[in-house]
Design a protein around this ligand. Structure first.
Ligand code: 6PG
Length: 240
């Protein structure tokens, strides 16, 4: 598994580096395939990145009408819930850029989870090709080594041939919809964006293949025919 690592001094420069990555992937995909298909990550870390993309130079540098938005995972909540990954991205990125709804393919957390997961798999296959080969997947990392909603010891880690699975996450008493490792690893490029000392232990275990590293779900993320970049701020990289 080959990958790049870049360590940035602080969260602001991490967001800038991630914005540069986003812009580069977008320009490349649009040049080669006329569209840029990106899966956004949830949680709180990417908010700074999304906000940065709505300001110069990124706002004017990216052909936003050629971008199609997907998600790596979603909490099974309504789209206007404070817990919704879609809501966070809509407020930080989609609304400020005026992205038309027809270019946004959200996981429907308000629907019955299994039905929503199956519907999303069809959406992915329809809009990202039969193998759901996204141009860029943005991912975060949890303290327990989870990514997207692939948590240690959960069913979605063994999805068979599914591209989208449902997962009950006991620690949050919450159902989630998530891309499976198979779907994530079909991407042309995957970029982890990781910030904060609370992620340092998991990041070091994965990147240095420390004791039990394979038990951490994020360790299974490696594009089959693509590239992988880990972007960390100094705090998240402090145990490397
Ligand atoms: C989610 C995310 C999840 C997130 C990590 C890190 O739905 O919460 O998909 O995988 O990326 O938990 O979250 P923070 O960025 O909030 O630390």
């Amino acid at each position: 598994m080959s990958f790049e690592i870049a360590v940035l001094p602080d969260p602001e420069s991490l967001a800038l580096a991630a914005a540069d990555e986003f812009a580069r992937s977008a320009a490349d995909a649009i040049r080669k395939r006329r569209l840029f298909r990106v899966a956004l990550s949830g949680g709180s870390t990417p908010r700074a990145l999304y906000r940065r993309l709505t300001r110069p130079p990124y706002r004017g540098a990216i052909a936003w009408d050629r971008v199609r938005f997907f998600w790596g995972d979603e909490r099974c909540v309504p789209p206007d819930s404070e817990r919704s990954n879609y809501r966070m991205a809509r407020k930080a990125l989609l609304d400020p850029l005026g992205i038309p709804p027809r270019h946004v393919f959200r996981m429907k957390g308000e629907e019955e989870p299994e039905a929503a997961a199956r519907a999303y798999e069809q959406t992915l296959r329809r809009h990202a090709g039969g193998f759901a080969r996204l141009d860029l997947v943005l991912l975060g990392l949890g303290e327990d080594g989870h990514t997207a909603s692939l948590f240690p010891g959960t069913a979605a880690l063994d999805p068979g041939r599914r591209l989208v699975a449902v997962n009950y996450v006991a620690k949050f008493s919450e159902w989630r919809i998530t891309l499976t490792c198979g779907a994530l690893n079909a991407a042309r490029r995957i970029v982890f964006v990781v910030s904060g000392t609370e992620k340092a232990r998991a990041a070091a275990r994965i990147l240095q293949k420390g004791p039990g590293w394979r038990e951490l779900p994020a360790s299974a993320v490696c594009p089959r025919r693509g590239s992988l970049l880990w972007l960390l701020d100094q705090a998240a990289a402090s145990k490397l």
